[in-house]
Design a protein. Sequence first.
Length: 229
Amino acid sequence: MDGRTAALMRQAWPRQLMFLVFMAALLFAPAGTLRYWQAWLFLAVFAGCTVPLGIYFVIHDPALVERRMKVGPAAEQEPAQKIAIGIVCVALVAMLIVPGFDRRWHWSDVPAWLTVPAECVIAASFVIFFFVMKQNSFAAATVRVERDQTVISTGLYGVVRHPMYMGTLPLTIAIPPALGSYWALLPALAIVPALVWRLIDEERVLRRDLPGYADYCAHVRWRLVPGVW
């Protein structure tokens, strides 16, 4: 492990741990109990997906990890992106808080058997994320065009123009049933128009700043869902 990788590993691990602790607090504090097996299973699946993913890319593509560590409204350069990602962040927090209150006050009656397929969808979304990031080292968490960036048109990028968003949609919809809450679908559904807005504005930036992207759009028809849009 070289110095850059070791330094990045030391920087990434505390952030990852703090994020998991933050998620756990959002889930268990509203629930008022630790006896919330759906939350424990969700955290286990989430950590089981994100930790190996992080280790792999820290070792094999540290530049990608450095790009993806710049995240959130403050890291965005475009005004529309600041608003869109702000909406997404608020909705994501609500998606974790609402299930806790749902667990405490028993608003929903989500069958236990639905949790397992929902967790499988979450894991499948991270498989998509893995291949997207493996194919595109410039798959940053913010919308920007960097020096030496090129258009990627193979793999999942040959199917839809925004495969990262394609993986985000099932993840978003699967989290509420995975946590045993139908009510959490409300903030989850609020994410969809925000992502669509972000995607459309992102294409505006890429057409403007990334040579060859307009031709790529003409070649790959579908933005998000093959055969639909």
